[in-house]
Design a protein around this ligand. Structure first.
Ligand SMILES: [Cu+2]
Length: 212
């Protein structure tokens, strides 16, 4: 194997690792996930509404994500619309924030939603939940197409967990203030490497040094 092939292979390995480390929506299901398209607004490269909608409760709703970054900020918007266009997502009278905050641990995180913040949300309305996530390598997007109801058929509260072991209550404070996650907010300016990629990068450099 030539030196250039080795270097190319290592570079390819690194970029795969980086892409896999963004974030995923684990509950309820995302409209679609492709790590390479995740930076594409408004829905990570998936512009067609899902045929199958998850039923989400009006009270104590949450989005569960799996984060590859150790430190990140997030905003969750809800649009009450059967089939929002890209322009609708950019319209702040339609895309209303129901959660925002930041976390300082990787993997599972439960993002509580305060659906009272969007007055268009009523029992029986269809909507799209947009998750905007920033782990330090730019904004990333995912969407979930849902129907809001009082008593969802298959909603599972036990899916709301936090990998740092912190309280996994899915209820936002009754005062309607920001979710408790904002209490842990820190500077997002902190340089953020992908989870595990620094180790891989170091190993790759050492291997390249030996082979070349
Ligand atoms: Cu990333």
């Amino acid at each position: 194997m030539s030196r250039f092939n080795v270097v190319f292979l290592l570079a390819a390995l690194l970029s795969v690792q980086s892409a896999l480390a963004h974030f995923q929506v684990t509950y309820p299901g995302s409209r679609g996930f492709d790590e390479n398209k995740e930076p594409t607004a408004p829905c990570g490269g998936f512009d067609t509404v899902s045929a199958a909608r998850a039923e989400v409760p009006l009270k104590d709703a949450f989005i569960e994500i799996n984060s590859g970054h150790t430190s990140y900020s997030y905003v969750v918007n809800v649009l009450v619309n059967n089939n929002p266009s890209t322009a609708d997502f950019a319209n702040t009278s339609q895309a209303v924030a129901v959660a925002n905050g930041s976390r300082n641990y990787p993997q599972a995180a439960c993002l509580s939603l305060d659906l009272n913040k969007n007055s268009a949300i009523k029992a029986g309305t269809n909507g799209t939940i947009q998750i905007i996530y920033n782990g330090g390598d730019g904004e990333l997007y995912q969407c979930a197409d849902v129907t809001f109801v009082d008593n969802p058929k298959n909603w599972n509260n036990s899916m709301c967990t936090n990998a740092d072991g912190s309280a996994s209550s899915s209820s936002p404070s009754s005062s309607g203030s920001s979710p408790s996650a904002s209490a842990t907010a820190q500077s997002d300016a902190m340089p953020s490497v992908h989870f595990g990629s620094f180790f891989l990068f170091t190993t790759a450099l050492l291997v390249a040094f030996v082979i070349v």
